[in-house]
Design a protein around this ligand. Structure first.
Ligand code: MLT
Length: 258
């Protein structure tokens, strides 16, 4: 499936995949900092932002294939640098494992390699069914907002939580349900990580309520060519909450990649 994208800047391509249930605009701060040196490509994953929202589950591998189809249609040359946050990181891992040779470097932000527990998968199905029945993503947004941002970011960065809430409320019910069902069936990637030979930067945050730092450490330990950076004082959406610190980590990773 072809995706809606923002494509700006010039230079080596950096493709960034957003988290659930957000969209490409979560990268605004980071993309502004990268665009003077890189071609920054920001797809809306299926069901999110300006991309279509088919009524079906969105497996991570299918979303990865949609990203590749879109990059090919745009003429983005391979190999490219691929970054993903949370669900975007699940998709990035699927792409790196299933299409080795397409990425030349990975940035895995506030994400994990392990699959859902049976209970997590059941909860996702319950939420998906509820959103489909009611057509209302409001309760999902209300439940997620305090888990996405550190309390200090909400207090000190006026407008940030409203922006994140707006992104969630703009996500269509079919997109929320499709992503939830896709995440619930995602495979455990921890055993695949040793096969990812490209340099990988793992970014975690010490106030992340969704992905504990220990899970980022486990990923970094399983990846043959990885570096872990822990951003202090911020939550799950580190590129929005601490764009300078995340840019510094990614900028030096990209410089070393060449
Ligand atoms: C995300 O931020 O993409 C999601 O919280 C990931 C998840 O629910 O596993």
């Amino acid at each position: 499936m072809l995706l809606n994208v923002d494509d700006r800047g010039s230079g080596p391509a950096v493709v960034l995949l957003h988290g659930y249930p957000l969209n490409r605009t979560m990268w605004t701060e980071l993309a502004d900092r990268l665009a003077p040196r890189f071609r920054v490509v920001l797809p809306d994953l299926p069901g999110h932002g300006g991309s279509d929202a088919p009524s079906r589950p969105y497996p991570m591998g299918w979303m990865a294939d949609s990203v590749l189809e879109t990059l090919d249609a745009l003429g983005v040359p391979s190999p490219f640098v691929l970054g993903g946050l949370s669900m975007g990181g699940y998709v990035a891992q699927a792409l790196a494992v299933e299409h080795p040779g397409r990425p030349r470097g990975l940035v895995l932000m506030n994400t994990r390699a392990i699959a859902d527990t049976a209970e997590q998968a059941r909860n996702r199905e319950q939420t998906a069914a509820q959103v489909e029945q009611t057509g209302d993503v409001g309760p999902v947004a209300q439940a997620m907002l305090p888990r996405l941002l550190a309390a200090s970011s909400i207090a000190n960065q006026p407008g940030l939580s409203e922006r994140v809430e707006r992104m969630m409320l703009d996500t269509r019910p079919a997109g929320v349900a499709g992503a939830l069902r896709g995440m619930a069936i995602r495979p455990d990637r921890l055993a695949d990580l040793p096969r990812i030979s490209v340099p990988t930067l793992v970014v975690a945050s010490d106030q992340d309520a969704i992905v504990p730092v220990a899970e980022a450490q486990a990923m970094a330990a399983a990846l043959p060519a990885s570096r872990l950076v822990v951003i202090p004082g911020v939550g799950h959406l580190s590129p929005m909450e601490a764009p300078d610190a995340v840019f510094q980590a990614i900028g030096s990773f990209l410089t070393a990649l060449g």
